[in-house]
Every structure is written in structure tokens, then in C-alpha cells.
Design a protein around this ligand. Structure first.
Ligand SMILES: *Cc1c(COP(=O)(O)O)cnc(C)c1O
Length: 384
């Protein structure tokens, strides 16, 4: 440790500490002994590839979500790609998703060989606009991927009804929505299959990359189980061509130790969101809403303002971390120019990209810290 002068020490203690955007090490420390024991057991046992904890975590996660099957993979991206492939969707087929999502949703569709078709979102929810979805359906459309963006479930009743009318499969991108509910049912059990990511900062996070496929379709479960393991169920026998997309046993053990605490972590996020929303009410911004019958798990707390850049500068000066999810809609990304879309094609997504701002939120965020965030945002809009 570097020696500090007295002046530095006193300045240090005067300054408010930085408010982080997320705090993944705090999560570890809260459950340290359970996680250390679980990971230590794997290290001692040595079953690193498709070991015992993988099956245990798959069964526990399927039970938690309310599906018959869960198949552990190496990322949310792989979960999405293998679901699409497992449904027999590929070259010549179209899969519809929304223009404002994390790029992995679209990258996974392309990796399967299918063509991603983008649609705009509802201005209120930032979720796929069901009417836009229906309008984008062609003779080649095979599936739709609604994204439960920010942690609130999409309107699965309307999306599911449209999909059934047109004989399309429904794949939930639940990578931001671990534990969220619609009419009492968990996100992940509301379509034909769902993809979860355990990227470290997600509501349930690993110590690295991991993901999960959930479904109650036994044939699809069987197929993705083969696809993730080079097409093999019996060592050195390969029924189909596959990939190496397995979940590590170490990650499964760690996630199994954390799963029992997911609901209380989400309840804590919801309490923080309530505090933020009451503190930010009446300001000229839009704040997240929870639709009737939904349970939002606030992976992100996203506000919208016309004065984003000035507010960002103010938060930075006050030591408050923040983010933008996402600053560039998919159709305006350099990598996706070849999809053939233009500026103006998805006006709601484009306008949101300039207005959205994610405030810090994570489980067990100290109320004092939440009030600091509220005070900084209020002071900005009240011209102080
Ligand atoms: C995190 C995320 C993914 C993919 O996650 P990885 O595990 O990083 O591959 C996909 N879709 C959305 C909406 C996400 O937030």
C-alpha cells in the first residue's frame, strides 16, 4: 500500500465513495462459505467437465423456473443459438427479434444460419411491439425471440397468441430476467424455450461465462443436450454434428450455491427500485413501470430524459456510476449494416438510444447510497 500524506488522507475521508454500478464481489462475500465449500468440493473431486453439480444445478434451475428440462451451456449466447438450431431453424429461415437488445440476441440468430428480422419496441415498456412483430411475419418466419429487457417480462399473452396463429416457435431471451414473473409464472416458462445468461453481473451471476436453456419440450431438450457436447451422449459416439458449449462444473456448483438466494436478492432490487421511483417521481423524466400482474426483477433501472448528457456529467461529478443499455440499436451497428436496415426504420428504438440512462442498482444497496443517487438526480432537474 502506498503511503498517503495527511492532507490526502483527510481529503479521502471527506469525499463520498464512488457509487458502483453493480457490486459482484459483495455478492460473493455474502455467501462466501457456501460458495467456497461448493467450489472446493469440485476441485477436490475433479469432475470438471459435465460433473455431478451440472446435473444438480440443471434440475434445481428447471424446478425454480417451472420447466421440465434445463440444459447448462457456456453462455447466454450459446443458449440462444442452440435453441434456434435445436428447433431445426437455419439457413433460409427468419427469426424475429427487437432492434434494441444486447447484440448477443441477434448474433445467436445469425450463428444458426437464420436471418435476424428486427422490429421496433413499445415506447412504454421498451419490449417488442406485438403489432410490429405480426407485421414482420413472412412465409419464411419460423420463430420469435421476445427479450425480457431490463428484467420485466414481455407481454407474452399477446406475443404467444400471434405466434400460435402463424405457427411460430417462441424463444424467450430471459438473460436479464432470472426470477421475474407474469401472472405467477416465471419468465423462462412462458414460451417454447428460454435462454438465460449467468454473466457475472446478471441477477444470477457466475464467476465467468455460463448460460442455461430451459424448456418443457423433451425432444428439444434432448437435441440441445447433444448439440452442446459435440453431438454425443455416449463418449466417442456422435449422433449429430455439434459443438463444445458445455457449462463448467465449477460454475454449476457456484450457481447452485447462489440459487437459493436469488429471490431475496431480487426482492432487495425491487425495494431499491421502489425507493428510486418514489424519490424520482414528479421529475420531468420517465421511470420504469411494472405492468399489472408482472414482477419486474430490475436487472437494470432505466430512466429516460431529453437531457441525458448533462445528467450523465452531473452524476459522474457526484461519483455515481451509470450506463446506457444500449447506446446504438442493432440496425445502426456497423456489424449489422448488411441486414439492410436504415436510420429511421425503428424510430422508437432510435429515440430511446438517445434518452435512456441506467442508474446503479444491485442487491442490498445501502439506502443511504440510494438517497445519494436520488439527491443527485433531483438537484440536477431542480437546477441546484
Ligand atoms: C447478457 C445477455 C445475453 C447473452 O449473454 P452472454 O452470457 O454474455 O452470452 C443475451 N441477451 C441479453 C438481452 C443479455 O442481456
Amino acid at each position: 500500500m502506498v503511503m498517503q500524506t495527511r492532507a490526502e488522507v483527510s481529503l479521502e475521508s471527506l469525499a463520498d465513495p464512488l457509487v458502483p454500478f453493480v457490486d459482484v464481489t459483495a455478492e460473493y462475500l455474502r455467501h462466501k462459505s457456501a460458495i467456497d465449500t461448493a467450489v472446493g468440493k469440485v476441485l477436490a473431486h475433479g469432475d470438471f467437465i459435465l460433473g455431478q453439480a451440472v446435473g444438480e444445478f440443471e434440475r434445481a434451475f428447471a424446478r425454480y423456473i417451472g420447466t421440465d428440462h434445463a440444459v447448462g451451456v457456456d453462455s447466454g449466447f450459446s443458449a440462444l443459438e442452440l435453441i434456434v438450431r435445436g428447433m431445426g431453424i437455419g439457413p433460409g429461415d427468419e427469426v424475429i427479434t427487437q432492434a434494441n437488445t444486447f447484440v448477443a440476441t441477434v448474433a445467436a440468430i445469425e450463428a444458426s444460419g437464420a436471418r435476424p428480422v428486427l422490429v421496433d419496441v413499445d415506447p412504454e415498456t421498451s419490449h417488442m411491439d406485438p403489432q410490429a412483430f405480426e407485421a414482420a411475419i413472412t412465409a419464411n418466419t419460423r420463430a420469435v425471440i421476445p427479450v425480457h429487457l431490463y428484467g420485466a417480462p414481455c407481454d407474452m399473452g399477446r406475443i404467444g397468441a400471434i405466434a400460435r396463429r402463424h405457427d411460430l416457435r417462441v424463444i424467450e431471451d430471459a438473460c436479464q430476467a432470472h426470477g421475474s414473473r407474469q401472472s405467477g409464472r416465471r419468465a423462462g416458462s412462458l414460451g417454447d424455450a428460454a435462454a438465460f445468461s449467468f454473466y457475472p453481473s446478471k441477477n444470477l451471476g457466475a464467476a465467468g461465462d455460463a448460460g442455461m436453456i430451459v424448456t418443457s419440450d423433451p425432444e428439444l431438450a434432448e437435441r440441445v443436450r447433444l448439440l452442446r457436447n459435440l453431438g454425443s451422449a455416449v463418449k466417442y459416439e456422435h449422433e449429430i454434428r455439434g459443438f463444445n458449449r458445455r457449462m463448467d462444473t465449477m460454475h454449476a456448483a457456484l450457481l447452485l450455491a447462489k440459487l437459493p438466494h436469488l429471490d431475496s436478492a431480487n426482492a432487495s432490487r425491487r425495494a431499491t427500485a421502489r425507493l428510486l421511483s418514489s424519490g424520482l417521481a414528479e421529475l420531468p423524466i420517465s421511470i420504469p413501470r411494472e405492468r399489472n400482474g408482472d414482477e419486474h426483477v430490475f436487472h437494470l433501472y432505466v430512466i429516460e430524459t431529453d437531457r441525458r448528457e448533462a445528467l450523465q456529467n452531473r452524476l459522474t461529478a457526484a461519483g455515481i456510476s451509470h450506463g446506457i443499455h444500449y447506446p446504438i440499436p442493432i440496425h445502426l451497428q456497423q456489424a449489422y449494416r448488411s441486414l439492410g436496415y436504415e436510420r429511421g426504420d425503428f424510430p422508437v428504438s432510435e429515440s430511446k438510444a438517445h434518452r435512456i440512462l441506467s442508474l446503479p442498482i444491485f442487491p442490498h444497496m445501502d439506502d443511504v447510497v440510494v438517497y445519494r443517487v436520488i439527491a443527485a438526480v433531483r438537484a440536477f432537474f431542480e437546477g441546484r
